[in-house]
Design a protein around this ligand. Structure first.
Ligand code: FES
Ligand code: MG
Length: 588
């Protein structure tokens, strides 16, 4: 391996013009853990962007993995420097962890730019940690590699029930509403669904985004699905540490790996795994920062007709451990490769994606179906438009037969129906009124929530997966269609129209919908419209966009003033122009 490349860290440790500054940098890093000689030796300094902490239990495994990452870095001749990333815990941060994706992104950009770091290991896991770190690596464009923390072990209840984290909560809250379980049983089941360190063991947003990182070519082959506590996870940490040092010497950057072809591969993989609807804004955000053009229509064109191959909750039956044993993401991508649905693209392994997949066919056909024997045909998102929004998406792989049959008698077409809207102003209003008998909610209603987007919430909340009122649950109606300008948990199994852009607070049509209006949803044409007379609709628009609640922190106000809509990734608008930041060496 060539040691010739002059790394940017030498601008700190061996600056030809400013001996005084060099002395300052060196004395303080030497009193820490390093020697004068090694800092000036020309070895690359490798950052380990640590996302694990007590506040971030989904990523806490990385505190155990990082010593092995360091071993790998040292072994390959690099200098490891570990530092904390702003925590983003999906289930802990209020008003929503989504608000912090862009904050962690900004923080990491500043760290990678302003400190002597030549390449970085991105420790990913919980939902937003993966996109936040990939977005920052894309902006700075120093060599970067993803190390997933991996999912938890499978959840078990009463000895024999596979229960998945997140998905079990949505199921049990319906059972609670129907009076089938007590609150204590609910809590016992919830704990049972999360039995170890790791991120969600279902194909929620965490497993989805880690699979997507791998599909983008940003992690070593097979990295994402290894369960957090497995010994193979430690091994992956070590080889990832070794590989990033080679990447530093090769100067293999995020912009070399995350090409448009890589993004199209990620969209196809998302359909095949029954991935989270949150993948849409996150993937667009990463693309924005690396300078690749991605449009909402790409999900329809490159993703919709890809079949569901993975039998994992919430779209299927099983959980993360079996996914790993069945071959993980490479086995899914092998199917796509054989079907001609994959592009070749450079990856962090140094080889092309198609080559990485050699020999990765699954032997577990209950878990990973062959491309020509899928679980569901055309399992990707439907991209929708209409007078309620310009763009929204719907995940069709979770629409049940019972649901389709119910609406078949409505319009004579299982893919098109009309429903009476029940409109809620945010999730508090939903919880206050969902069981109000005066709303007269029946199985032909559509539940609508607004004020849940990037500006309205703020941050865009996972509140669109609203369950039916208790009276319907008791009659066995477990889902109603829902529409919202917020998001839905990746672990949810509701037939929902999500991420509506523009949101009501930005003047989107949802702001003008009223309870009692009829809404027509047509999955054949991708239209979703309020059936309101045109003149009346124009009259309602005079009221203006929804006025959101006051900001409670400085960041909320800053974010609201600069965030883009979900269809465009929910990014900080002014950040997008900053690309290849590493070429701009900061002043002393
Ligand atoms: Fe963190 Fe699901 S809540 S991964
Ligand atoms: Mg979530």
């Amino acid at each position: 391996m060539s040691q010739k490349r002059k790394f940017r860290s030498l601008e700190w440790f061996d600056s030809p013009h400013r001996t005084d500054m060099t002395a300052l940098y060196i004395e303080r890093y030497c009193n820490n853990a390093f020697t004068y000689e090694e800092l000036r030796s020309g070895k690359p300094v490798i950052g380990i962007a640590q996302t694990g902490s007590d506040l971030s239990p989904c990523n806490k495994i990385h505190q155990q993995l990082s010593p092995r990452v360091r071993d790998g870095i040292r072994e390959a001749g690099g200098i490891p420097m570990e530092f904390p990333v702003h925590p983003i815990q999906e289930t802990g941060k209020r008003p929503t962890a989504a608000l912090d994706r862009n904050l962690a992104y900004l923080g990491l950009v500043e760290l990678l730019h302003g400190y002597p770091i030549d390449a970085v290991v991105l420790t990913t896991g919980c939902d937003k940690t993966t996109p936040a770190l990939l977005m920052a690596a894309a902006t700075v464009d120093i060599p970067a590699i993803v190390l997933s923390g991996g999912p938890m072990l499978n959840g078990w209840l009463d000895g024999d029930d596979l229960i998945g984290s997140g998905t079990a909560i949505w199921k049990m809250r319906r059972e609670l509403g129907a009076g089938k379980i007590t609150e204590e049983e609910f809590l016992i089941g919830a704990s049972g669904s999360a039995p170890s360190l790791g991120h969600c063991n279902t194909m929620g947003t965490a497993s989805t985004m880690n699979a997507i990182a791998e599909a983008l070519g940003m992690s070593l082959t097979g990295c994402s699905a290894i369960p957090a506590p497995y010994r193979e996870r430690m091994g992956m940490a070590y080889v990832t540490g070794k590989r990033i040092v080679e990447m530093a010497h090769e100067d293999l950057k995020p912009s070399d790996v995350m090409t448009r072809e890589a993004f199209l591969n990620a969209i196809a993989v998302n359909s095949a795994i029954g991935g989270s609807t949150n993948a849409q804004p996150h993937l667009h955000a990463i693309a924005n920062h690396v300078g690749v053009e991605l449009k909402p229509a790409d999900w329809q064109v490159h993703g919709h007709d890809v079949p569901l191959l993975l039998n994992m909750q919430p779209a299927g039956k099983y959980l993360g451990e079996r996914f790993y044993r069945a071959g993980g993401v490479p086995a899914i991508m092998w199917e796509l490769r054989e079907a001609g649905r994959l592009h070749d693209a450079p990856t962090v392994t140094g080889k092309g994606m198609l080559t990485n997949l050699d020999g990765r066919e699954s032997k577990d056909r209950e878990m990973i179906h062959a491309y020509d024997d899928p679980i569901v045909d055309q399992a990707g998102f439907v991209v929708m438009t209409g007078n309620l929004f310009d763009t929204a998406i719907m995940k069709t792989s979770v629409i049940s037969k019972e649901f389709r049959d119910r609406y078949l008698c409505n319009k004579g077409d299982e893919n098109a129906f009309e429903a009476r809207a029940i409109v809620f102003e945010g999730s508090e209003d939903y919880h206050d009124r969902i069981n109000d008998p005066d709303l007269n909610i029946d199985e032909y209603c559509v539940l609508v929530v607004r004020g849940a987007g990037p500006i309205g919430w703020p941050g865009s909340a996972e509140v669109v997966n609203m369950q039916p009122p208790d009276a319907l649950l008791k009659r066995g109606i477990t889902s109603l269609p829902t529409i919202g300008d917020g998001r839905q948990s990746g672990t949810a199994d509701s037939p929902s129209i999500l991420n509506a852009s523009p949101e009501a607070a930005a003047g989107g049509g949802l702001a003008y919908l009223k309870t009692g209006d009829m809404v027509r949803i047509d999955l054949n044409t991708g239209r979703c419209d309020a059936l309101v007379d045109e003149a009346e609709w124009e009259e309602r628009k005079k009221a203006g966009p929804l006025i959101p609640p006051e900001s409670q922190t400085p960041w909320q106000e800053l974010a609201r003033n600069h965030v883009t809509q979900l269809a465009a990734g929910g990014c900080i608008d002014l950040a997008i122009k900053y690309q290849k930041v590493r070429d701009a060496i900061p002043r002393h």
